[in-house]
Design a protein around this ligand. Structure first.
Ligand code: HEC
Ligand code: HEC
Length: 236
């Protein structure tokens, strides 16, 4: 958690915005015309000057419509939050999307720009890692009736989530679900529950490659919700 609390002062200023103000900012439409203008100025397209300097912020213009100005994500997690993810993890995911070892159809066209090489990936991953995650108000997590039906009551649901998390996930993702020191195991508390649920399902169905010894898919849908509810509880 320390790497979030030691955020630079401009981010601290942002985080002092009252929740209502933040929600209003969040609803502002992205300046689509502006981002198009920026994109066409980015020297990544085929035929562009190869020697031109590119910055991470310029490359991020390719991402902003889906992941938001501050990497906050949107559409209830259809577009995940990427603010709060460490650079090594972002780097690894972008390479996995590029090689399609991790399937992510909406992002495929991005990698058609021929300069989207390791250096450019590194630049944009660094830019993303500098974002400070805006707070999400996710607590309390409302389980679906199907998930609750798999347990005796809400207390049993909550206890199962805490036990499963401690037994199968905490060793890697951390007791606080804040990820690991190397930046290779992602934090889970920053993320939309719907996105977490999709990823756990993708791991379970073998649609996303499990990390070595990773137990990320070892949960049925009801257990997944119990664990996600625990993660939301830890992050509240
Ligand atoms: C057209 C929409 C779209 C654009 C543009 C886009 N993304 Fe994504 N991105 C997605 C979706 C959807 C996912 C979730 C895929 C899944 O469900 O596994 C995702 C996932 C990710 C992830 C993985 C998050 C995690 O927690 O594992 C990272 C990192 C990421 N995007 C970074 C970027 C960057 C950097 C750019 C710009 C260079 C970008 N994306 C542009 C739609 C987009
Ligand atoms: C041996 C270590 C390890 C264990 C145990 C583990 N994970 Fe993971 N998990 C990882 C790593 C490493 C990744 C990143 C994989 C990658 O780079 O694609 C990951 C990724 C994830 C993601 C995707 C996050 C995102 O932003 O896309 C979710 C969700 C997740 N794990 C949930 C869990 C849950 C729930 C458990 C327990 C049931 C668990 N993991 C157990 C190491 C582990």
């Amino acid at each position: 958690m320390d790497r979030y609390s030691s955020a630079p002062s401009h981010s601290a200023r942002r985080s002092r915005l009252r929740p209502a103000t933040r929600r209003r900012l969040w609803r502002l439409p992205f300046p689509a015309a502006l981002s198009l203008l920026i994109s066409s100025a980015i020297p990544l397209a085929a035929g562009a000057d190869e020697s031109a300097e590119v910055t991470g912020a310029q490359v991020y213009a390719y991402c902003v419509d889906c992941h938001g100005k501050r990497g906050e994500g949107g559409a209830n997690g259809t577009y995940p939050r990427i603010a709060g993810l460490p650079q090594p993890y972002v780097d690894r995911q972008l390479h996995a999307f590029k090689s399609q070892t991790r399937v992510n159809k909406p992002m495929v066209p991005i990698f058609k720009h021929h300069r989207f090489d390791a250096e450019v990936i590194d630049l944009v991953a660094g830019h993303v890692a500098d974002f400070t995650p805006p707070r999400l108000s996710l607590w309390p997590y409302e389980p679906t009736p199907e998930a609750l039906a798999a347990f005796d009551d809400k207390a049993a649901f909550a206890a199962a989530g805490a036990d499963l998390y401690a037994e199968a996930c905490a060793s890697c993702h951390g007791a606080d679900a804040g990820g690991d020191e190397t930046g290779k195991v992602p934090p889970l508390i920053i993320q939309y529950p719907a996105y977490l649920k999709k990823q756990i399902g993708d791991f379970a169905r073998d649609e996303r490659k499990l990390p070595a010894d990773g137990r990320c898919g070892e949960l049925d849908p009801a257990q997944a919700e119990a664990v996600i509810s625990h993660i939301v509880e830890v992050g509240k």
